[in-house]
Design a binder for this molecule. Structure first.
Ligand SMILES: C[C@](O)(C(=O)O)[C@H](CC(=O)O)C(=O)O
Ligand SMILES: [Mg+2]
Length: 299
């Protein structure tokens, strides 16, 4: 009831333990706290909180307009309702080294299990669009070193994301990733890898877990969990998928409302009131209420 029972430091410890087993961990994106509860209910390993979704939710494109305060607040709202570890997209860290340090501490305080910080220039772009640029290795390394030094819980995962593949190719992505690991990155997010063999080569070149981004309509093919596991990927995200599905369904419902005048034909596509209440633990709130109201003071 209310919030998840597992404290943030414990979620981080358990997450690190799971990651160390070498299994592939699956993190669908949550577009709000409620969808994070559904991701947990379905048995996934963790919750991903996407910058693209956070911006879209505010009616904005994903071009670095959101602030640390907005991201930390929303990510905290999502993280606190689930016992799963939540990883948030911290874009470029909201500034350079000193800002990145503050970003990490703020996200730790918000209850996140980790974040990723990328090497794009400010203002950043979606990693699957053309026209993005990256900073030089020394700036990228400073961001990660600063992030790793700033955390107070060693289990808070600092993931370095490199966008260099689309600009300079796979070898550059491997070199950049090695430098980021040396700077303290616990995991690597190789953005916009072209095919499975690129994921395989990146994973083989590094001693830390590699993440695959299975975002739709981007530059990477949509590989299955089994395919990614076979090439040594250790974490996978579907960052925007639940929002895309929800928005697709919403659009269809609005069209039906216009054409049919009511939503009777759509009832089967809706989450039932009973399932919503179940996901929200409605029953527990009722018993809480009755235990308070029935409480008797005896003299
Ligand atoms: C992972 C990502 O950074 C995100 O914000 O979710 C985006 C996803 C997308 O725009 O599809 C990305 O840059 O890949
Ligand atoms: Mg992003």
């Amino acid at each position: 009831m209310l919030y998840a029972k597992t404290p943030a430091h414990e979620k981080r410890r358990l997450f690190r333990e799971r990651l160390a087993t070498g299994e592939l961990l699956c993190f669908p994106g949550a577009f709000n706290p409620l969808s994070a509860k559904l991701i947990e209910r379905k048995g996934f390993d963790g919750v991903y909180i996407s910058g693209a979704v956070l911006s879209a939710d505010l009616g904005l494109p994903d071009i670095g307009l959101t602030t640390l305060t907005e991201v930390a607040q929303r990510a905290g709202q999502i993280a606190r309702v689930t016992d799963l570890p939540s990883i948030v997209d911290a874009d470029t860290g909201f500034g350079e080294a000193m800002n990145v340090a503050r970003t990490v501490q703020t996200l730790e305080d918000a209850g996140l299990a980790g974040c990723h910080i990328e090497d794009q220039v400010n203002p950043k772009r979606c990693g699957h669009l053309d026209g993005k640029e990256v900073v030089g290795t020394s700036t990228a390394v400073q961001r990660i070193r600063s992030a790793a030094d700033a955390r107070r819980d060693d289990n808070f995962l600092i993931m370095a994301r490199t966008d260099i593949r689309a600009l300079e190719g796979l070898d550059a992505a491997i070199d950049r990733s090695k430098a980021l690991v040396d700077a303290g990155a616990d995991a690597i997010f190789g953005e916009a890898m072209r095919d499975l063999s690129e994921f395989e080569q990146l994973a083989a070149a590094l001693d830390v877990p590699v993440l695959a981004n299975m975002t739709e309509f981007g530059k990477s093919e949509l590989f299955t969990v089994d395919q990614l596991r076979d090439v040594g990927v250790r974490m996978v995200i579907w960052p925007v998928s639940t929002l895309r599905m929800a928005m697709g369904a919403t659009e269809r419902a609005l069209d039906t409302l216009l054409s049919e005048g009511n939503l009777t034909s759509q009832l089967g596509a809706m989450q039932h009131r009973a399932d919503l209440y179940d996901l929200l633990d409605y029953e527990e709130y009722n018993s809480f209420d009755s235990s308070i109201f029935n409480f008797q003071i005896t003299k």
